[in-house]
Design a protein around this ligand. Structure first.
Ligand SMILES: Nc1nc2c(c(=O)[nH]1)N[C@H]1C(S)=C(S)[C@@H](COP(=O)(O)O)O[C@H]1N2
Ligand SMILES: [Mo]
Length: 379
């Protein structure tokens, strides 16, 4: 049973910036974003001066196809499937707004964030969107616990899997139509801390970030955070989609045939709020700024090295340090002689997980969590 859903979507191809992919609605000035196909990554230097939250106008966009414009007045979120007591149950936008809301400050990060560093830093060829480190952002999300909707829809104890699905166009890869973006979500995670969010940083979700509603799946890779949510299958049988059976798994030498388990939690990462490469004057004290985050929880320590990791000095941690967000830090650095240098930042989270020297290579370039060598030209 696959109920029919009607939505109002329109396509526009106009944008004032010739660099912008037609599928993204918000402006993508080159000063703030690097565009890769249908996606746009935040430039880290653009976060300089921002607080703990990434403003929506700076937030990275990862679209498999294009941003649909959805009319909240006709939109419905439908829960259906063999894991419900009865037939399909639909919620309107107004229904969602009337259910007690919760808020969480959390980062969303693409599983492929840092992918270009497999080649740049480790000399390994991988395929996929060549993100540097800007496919991550933190927002305060507000919405309804998915658990509340599952309860109202009559989920039974037989339910084992959910399949949230987006309303954006079908995704076609190499001539094969994979259908609408959808990925199984275990019931246990759904009941734990997943939100159906309709607000980002105190405002209705912008179209590019999932208006009218998206999933918020704290600590888990961005692919779980389905945007433009249209329906959720609630199943008494296990479910799979190309986003769980093939994509978002670690493939290649050292990984099981068919790939490792579906990627869920993301690792520990750090980035400097500096251009790539950064240009800094010799003999001056520079207050460097950066951020670190982890899918396991709070980052508790960050160290910086300017000698390829031989010696490390602690960075000073700031900000509100929400357990699901990132920590901001500063580090005073005085480069001595002119020439090329590299800055390294290494974070440790509350579980003791620390950024490794090398990330575990995999054919699709996911989960780059190694300490990054940020290039600097000292003048
Ligand atoms: N419906 C739908 N949801 C989606 C996607 C998509 O293309 N379609 N991309 C996913 C991926 S891979 C990521 S990393 C996040 C990115 O969220 P953002 O674009 O709001 O930053 O959305 C996820 N949700
Ligand atoms: Mo992603």
């Amino acid at each position: 049973m696959d109920p029919r859903f009607t939505t109002t979507t329109t396509t526009t191809t106009t944008t004032d910036d010739p660099e912008s992919p037609p599928g993204i609605r918000k402006p993508l000035p080159a000063r703030l974003f690097a565009v890769h196909g249908t996606n746009a990554e935040t430039r880290w230097e653009a976060l300089r001066g921002e607080g703990d939250l990434t403003p929506a106008r700076l937030f990275f966009v990862r679209n498999h196809t294009s941003t649909p414009l959805i009319d909240a007045a006709t939109w419905r979120l439908t829960l259906w499937g063999s894991g419900l007591r009865g037939g399909p149950v639909s919620f309107t936008y107004r229904d969602l707004l009337a259910i007690p809301a919760e808020e969480v400050t959390a980062f969303v990060e693409c599983a492929g964030n840092g992918r270009s560093l497999y080649r740049e830093q480790q000399g390994e060829e991988v395929s996929g969107t060549p993100w540097r480190l800007g496919a991550v952002g933190v927002a305060r999300w507000r919405g309804v616990p998915l658990a509340a909707l599952l309860g109202r829809a009559g989920m039974t104890a037989r339910a084992v899997a959910l399949m949230p699905r987006g309303l954006d166009p079908d995704y076609v890869e190499g001539g094969e139509n994979l259908g609408r973006v959808r990925r199984p979500l275990p019931v246990a995670k759904a009941l734990d801390d997943v939100l159906v969010a309709y607000e980002m940083n105190g405002r209705p979700l912008p179209p590019d970030h999932g208006f009218p509603a998206r999933l918020v799946v704290p600590g888990w890779a961005g692919i779980a955070w389905i945007k433009w949510l249209g329906d959720v299958e609630v199943s008494a049988e296990p479910l799979e989609s190309p986003w769980s059976s093939r994509l978002y798994r670690m493939h290649g030498p050292g990984h099981p045939p068919g790939g490792g388990p579906p990627l869920t939690r993301t690792g520990v990462k750090s980035a400097f709020e500096l251009p790539w490469p950064a240009r800094l004057r010799a003999g001056h004290g520079h207050l460097l700024h950066g951020r670190s985050w982890s899918g396991n929880g709070r980052v508790v320590r960050v160290d910086v090295s300017d000698d390829e990791g031989v010696s490390w000095r602690p960075a000073h941690l700031h900000g509100d340090r929400s357990p699901r967000g990132w920590v901001r830090w500063t580090f005073r650095w005085t480069p001595l002689g002119a020439g090329e240098a590299a800055l390294l930042a290494r974070a440790v989270d509350e579980t003791g997980a620390v950024q490794p020297e090398r990330a575990t290579c995999n054919r699709l370039g996911y989960a780059f969590d190694a300490v990054v060598r940020h290039p600097v030209v000292v003048t």
